[in-house]
Design a protein around this ligand. Structure first.
Ligand code: NAD
Length: 284
């Protein structure tokens, strides 16, 4: 059984991004720049925002957090984002979620210009992804594809279950797998006989947000399991959507939580910022 650690994969992505950032600076006399827009004082969001900023600086990017008040109105925030969209020194813009309840996600996804949309949530990017066209790709599913590729696990010709259909993880995960020639079972909370489906699957990717949803009874012998979930259990330990203890004896490979998918997300965010910067100067 192989444990699919994310750290070496994330480090190899970050190393290549750092080299590209150096080259970009030499060529264009400016650093790639990521701006994170944070609205309000959600403690977890503040930690995530700080971590993204630190990662950007470490790789030689410019970084700014635009911290707006909890009471900022959607139109006010939209104006700030419009300014960033028009600022030629800004390459990537990310709106930290969750936003206060006054904001509608269906509107917010249109705000960041698709070329600066490093989270890849804009419908232009999600549409291109679904059509298999080149675009900025969502961080977590792209990180999972990089993780599988690093460990030489090819989804091509395999039966793959994705549990979850959120616009952040499950849905784009299905698109990326389809693009990689997998046969995808896109499962969700209304899927009947989930176990029967996952039991046939060579690869099971679990992004349901339900602690220990999947145990060995959901898995065929030798399956590869990717656990996207992140929770704190009653002992305050970080755990996933998969019961690792039970699953590990049946699978050929599995991601740990923490330390599996987690490190991939920020690494791909940095890669997306670098891609966005290169695409923009290339287009200028
Ligand atoms: P979400 O709540 O938006 O979506 C969950 C999906 O799972 C839904 O589509 C739902 O239909 C499906 N689902 C729920 N219960 C189910 C069940 N019993 N059977 C089958 N399907 C079920 O969640 P999300 O944003 O996609 O996140 C999923 C998990 O991944 C969360 O635990 C989240 O914290 C974690 N996450 C981790 C990272 C990371 O970087 N490691 C990034 C994003 C999300």
């Amino acid at each position: 059984m192989i444990t699919l650690f994310g750290k070496p994969v994330a480090e190899s992505i970050q190393k290549s991004v750092q080299q590209r950032a150096d080259l970009f600076f030499k060529k264009h006399r400016r650093k790639p720049k990521l701006v994170v827009v944070l609205v309000g004082n959600d403690p977890a969001s503040q930690i995530y925002t700080r971590k993204k900023g630190e990662a950007a600086l470490q790789l030689g990017f410019d970084h700014e957090t635009l911290h707006l008040l909890q009471t900022a109105s959607p139109s006010e925030v939209r104006l700030h984002i419009e300014k960033l969209n028009n600022d030629p020194t800004v390459d990537g813009i990310l709106i930290q979620r969750p936003l206060p309840t006054a904001f509608s996600e269906n509107e917010v996804v249109f705000w960041v210009h698709p070329e600066k949309d490093v989270d890849a949530f804009h419908p232009i990017n999600t549409g291109k992804l679904a059509l298999g066209l080149p675009c900025l790709q969502p961080c977590t599913p792209t990180g999972i594809m990089a993780l599988l590729s690093y460990y030489k696990i090819s989804p091509a010709g395999k039966l793959v279950s994705v549990i979850g259909r959120s616009s952040i993880v499950g849905r784009p995960m299905g698109s990326l797998l389809l693009r990689a020639d997998a046969t995808v079972f896109q499962c969700h909370s209304k899927t009947p006989h989930l176990k029967e489906i996952t039991n046939q699957s060579d690869i099971v990717i679990v992004a349901a947000g339900k602690m220990a949803l999947v145990d060995d009874s959901y898995l065929k012998s030798g399956a590869v399991v990717v656990d996207v979930g992140m929770h704190r259990n009653s002992q305050n330990k970080v755990v996933g959507d998969v019961d690792f203890e039970k699953a590990q004896n049946k699978v050929s490979a599995i991601t740990p939580v923490p330390g599996g998918v987690g490190p991939m997300t920020i690494a791909v965010l940095m890669k997306n910022t670098m891609d966005a910067a290169e695409m923009r100067v290339g287009a200028a």
